[in-house]
Design a protein around this ligand. Structure first.
Ligand SMILES: Cc1ncc(C[n+]2csc(CCOP(=O)(O)OP(=O)(O)O)c2C)c(N)n1
Ligand SMILES: [Mg+2]
Length: 899
């Protein structure tokens, strides 16, 4: 129970003496001495095993910056308010006009209404663009505030009325605007996406860290640049938000400012009706080592606090919960007064200084420019720590009749009277008819508002947001850099993972691209055999290495360094993914072409952080995702939650992601080299997902394998002469580590009198995408009947002259090889690994999932028997010799328990 001045009179003498003496120290010797004494007492108690829980995690429910420390406001506050009100109007008008048009495209008003003032203060005084001597701020807003940002760009003349009219209608003539900040759809405007709640926080934290990484490695000048992360209070419930804040303080990210717009509401209702979200967030951030600045009350309350000598007002504020505060924003003045004062006459006396109307508003700090300015200015000063600014606002502030209501988030329409009343309150000089229509309003170009707005942004380096890419192309290394992989491994057995690690090492040594390579691992470097890189490249640590590593005398010590190249993320896939995003977008954010290689257990990629991968696509991210230990049967032993047979299928759903499942080291070399060429030399906005395995086998030499086929997704690895009965022909498609089974099946089939060619399918996704693209073009051209068809899909052409039966075997779900079935010119049987994984040896797993050489051979024979080329007795004999049982449990539905 907190001790307040109001309680002191009633409390015991001993307590009063203690408080009076610390008060005297505070007054006479200052806060530092008072803190030192307090800490000493606390430490004394701790030493005696008396823990003072949450001693300082929460400060009182009031503004962190007292009136006497509030700086003078540097701008024309009234003019800024007028501009803000015009933005509020136009932002709302965008949504209302969309509603009136009957298209049902939707939009939100309430979020920006609550966050407008903090954004305007930021835009008028803080958010600075890149310049010759400044690194540039990266500002991520709340996605639902986008109408306000568009409205401002409209005032600046950057967006037309037509574009505003076409909010959420991106295909309209004259251009439209995306709902939320999507760099992919508006690449000259938005910089960072944020529409999936909670992802902007790890993104911003790791952007801040990556900026420091670039500075420590000499890839970027140390020239400032703040990362501003605006989030909603409801949004803070996403685990990615509080789950990643510790690293920000550990890494001393004083370039990071998180601002939480605490309007106490989320979509459905209150965020914490029974508690206080601001106090809860304060505890979390302070506990994680952040500076916390709270902005709770507006200036009007300062005079009340000045007469609150006994702390009764403060005590009442502590007592009221968010549900009460929300209720006050929708109740009448007398109702609020009665509820607020209760039976406390001392409180009634204080509140007498406010009218009912003033009380009704209980104006919150987030609508007071001076309070926000003071908080942001303090946040800018912070040294050595990230800062969280928690700002209390009203959701739907200024929306006539809906402020603070539970329906405000979804409110897309106001009736005529509400529109006119809101317009008038905002001082919009439009006629009643124009207000009813929700016309846009833009003041005269030479008027005070627009001149002021332009002058402020000029002083801060130009309009915001603005996405400009100024990054030199990086020539891709010659393929011969990977000579070792092209040459094959002879008799030595190795995995594609080992090949990858060797390639990474070569790339890091390369004079052109070496310093831009960013290896990222989530505590799995040893799993992938990357520990030799620790010594060679070092693990990035802002603090260097203050200890002697336990393995310092070995060849491969755990080496941390301020200029380390590897990002060791610990067991945090969300963080590692956010690092990937930061490194893969540095070409745009910093003009530095870093090339991330993020390697992880493939099952902990798409299904764990798939939304962040999607967000990478939105942010036009580049780089390589390496799904290690992949394949449902190749990762033996690990079992159900580790064996990935589906990431390739999910990868196919991300449009700008190219995905490959190479079998051989030379394929990997060709794909990686091509990826660097396309992403960093040609600067295409794509990224790569490559699955690599831990099964060791001899890697063949590339020989005359066609690089083009490897990149397009398929080529013939091994042709066989016709069998004695030439129609007994099969084509076996293998990929990844299942290639070894397919090659073995080729031999089995030879012994059974079937000639089989083996093809390596490096990417079903690339094959089917290309085929669908060509077919679509043909379709739109009217098909072959019109003679305007553009030809055949590549895979169809590749296989056009092949006869016989076709069998595909993949360590992924059957859906993957099935995706090319329309273009396979004969009977096509697919084998894949549908179902949950289980703990077994590789050999037994492949039989269980029916992708072993025996099943591949069997599938070819069964298909040939359908064609009348294998008779029943032969088939029965083969079933016996291959160990095929017709009544085996289906691994797609059954597990070991159902056998
Ligand atoms: C991952 C995710 N889940 C749900 C949503 C849907 N959604 C959009 S806004 C919103 C409420 C946001 O509340 P808050 O963060 O408090 O922001 P406010 O609008 O109140 O400022 C929800 C649930 C989303 N966009 N992303
Ligand atoms: Mg909210």
């Amino acid at each position: 129970m907190a001790v307040r001045r109001s309680d002191l009179e009633r409390s015991d003498d001993e307590l009063r003496e203690w408080v009076e003496s610390i008060d005297s120290v505070l007054r006479n010797e200052g806060p530092e001495r008072a803190k030192a004494l307090f800490r000493a007492v606390r430490d004394y108690l701790t030493d005696a095993h008396v823990i003072v829980e949450d001693a300082t995690l929460n400060t009182p429910y009031r503004n962190t910056i007292p009136l006497e420390q509030q700086p003078a406001y540097p701008g024309d506050i009234d003019l800024e308010r007028r501009i803000e009100n015009i933005n509020r109007w136009n932002a709302m008008a965008m949504v209302l006009r969309g509603y009136d048009s009957g298209t049902g495209v939707g939009g939100h008003i309430g979020t920006y209404a609550s966050g407008a003032t903090m954004l305007e203060v930021g835009l008028n005084h803080f958010f600075r663009n890149k310049g010759p001597d400044y690194g540039g701020d990266l500002v991520s807003i709340q996605a639902h505030c986008s109408p306000g940002i568009y409205a401002r760009a409209f005032l600046e003349g950057r967006l037309s009325a037509t574009q505003l009219e076409n909010f959420r209608r991106e295909l309209q003539p004259g251009g439209g605007l995306s709902s939320y900040p999507h760099p992919r759809n508006m690449p000259d405007f938005w910089v960072s996406p944020c529409a999936s709640m909670g992802l902007s926080t790890p993104s911003c934290i790791y952007q801040a860290r990556f900026a420091k990484y670039l500075e420590s490695r000499g890839l970027k000048p140390k020239n400032g640049g703040k990362i501003w992360n605006f989030i909603g209070d409801g949004e803070s419930d996403e685990p990615e938000v509080l789950g990643t804040i510790n690293i920000a303080s550990r890494e001393q990210l004083d370039n990071l400012i998180l601002v939480a717009n605490c309007n106490l509401q989320r979509l459905d209702g209150p965020v914490r009706g029974n508690g206080k979200i601001i106090q809860e967030l304060e505890r979390s951030f302070r506990g994680a080592g952040w500076n916390v600045i709270k902005v709770i009350w507006s200036g009007e309350w300062d005079s009340l606090f000045a007469i609150d000598h006994e702390g009764v007002l403060q005590a009442r504020m502590e007592q009221a919960v968010d549900g009460d505060y929300q209720m006050y924003s929708v109740s009448s003045g007398p109702e609020v007064r009665a509820h607020w004062n209760g039976t406390d006459s001392r409180l009634s006396d204080i509140m007498r200084h406010l009218s009912d109307e003033e009380i009704r508003g209980i104006k919150r700090g987030g609508h007071d420019q001076r309070k926000i300015y003071a908080a942001f200015a303090r946040a800018m000063e912070s040294n050595g720590r990230p800062t969280a600014v928690l700002i209390k606002t009203i959701k739907g502030y200024g929306m006539q009749g809906y402020e603070g209501s539970n329906v405000v988030h979804q409110k897309k329409n106001l009736n005529v009277e509400e529109r006119q009343e809101t317009g008038r309150r905002l001082g919009i000089p439009l006629s009643d008819e124009a207000l009813a229509r929700a016309d846009f309003y833009r003041p005269a170009p030479d008027g005070a508002e627009l001149r002021y707005l332009a002058a402020r942004r000029t002083a801060l380096g130009g309009s915001w947001p603005q996405r400009t890419v100024n990054c030199p192309p990086l020539p891709a290394p010659d393929l011969t850099l990977f000579q070792e992989q092209l040459a094959g491994s002879g008799d030595r057995a190795l995995s594609t993972t080992m090949a990858f690690v060797r390639m990474l090492s070569r790339l890091m040594d390369h004079p052109g691209v070496g310093r831009y390579i960013v290896p990222i691992v989530p505590d799995e470097a040893r799993t992938f055999g990357m520990e030799a890189l620790f010594r060679k490249a070092g693990i990035y640590s802002s603090e260097g290495q203050k200890y002697r590593p336990v393995d310092s005398s070995t060849l491969m010590p755990y080496r941390e360094a301020t200029d380390g190249q590897i990002l060791q993320e610990g067991i945090c896939e969300a963080g590692a993914m956010a690092s990937f995003m930061a490194a893969g977008t540095a070409y745009a954010v910093h003009g530095v072409p870093t090339i991330p290689f993020y390697i992880f257990y493939s099952i902990f990629g798409f299904q764990r952080v798939g939304d962040m991968i999607w967000s990478c696509g939105d942010m036009l991210c580049r780089g390589f995702l390496l799904g290690g230990t992949s394949g449902r049967t190749t990762l033996n032993g690990e079992g159900l939650q580790h064996q990935d047979g589906h990431s390739q299928v999910i990868a196919g759903t991300v449009p700008s992601l190219l995905s490959y499942d190479p079998a051989f080291a030379y394929e990997l070399a060709v794909i990686v080299r091509e990826g660097i060429r396309r992403m960093y030399e040609l600067q295409e906005n794509i990224f790569y997902y490559i699955t690599i395995h831990n099964e060791n086998y001899a890697m063949p030499t590339m020989g005359d394998a066609p690089a083009d086929g490897i990149i397009r997704g398929m080529y013939r690895v091994s042709a066989r002469p016709p069998a004695s009965e030439p129609q007994r022909k099969a084509h076996l498609f293998g990929s990844g580590a299942i290639m070894t089974e397919v090659l073995r099946a080729q031999t089995l089939l030879k012994d059974l009198g079937v000639s089989a060619d083996v093809w390596s399918v490096t990417s079903y996704n690339e094959l089917s995408r290309e085929a669908l693209r060509v077919e679509r073009e043909n379709l739109l051209a009217g098909g072959s009947a019109t003679g305007r068809a553009n030809g055949q899909p590549w895979v169809q052409k590749l296989l056009a002259r092949e006869t016989g039966v076709f069998v595909a075997a993949s360590d992924y779900m059957k859906a993957l090889p099935l995706s090319i079935s329309p273009w396979v010119p004969g009977p096509y049987v697919v084998l894949g690994t549908d179902g949950y994984g289980l703990s077994e040896s590789r050999h037994d797993l492949r039989n269980w999932f029916e992708v072993s050489a025996e099943y591949v051979a069997w599938a070819a024979l069964a298909a040939l028997s359908d064609e009348g080329l294998v008779g029943p007795p032969e088939l029965a004999a083969a079933a016996r010799s291959l160990g095929i049982q017709a009544n085996k449990v289906d691994p797609a539905y059954g597990g070991p328990a159902s056998r």
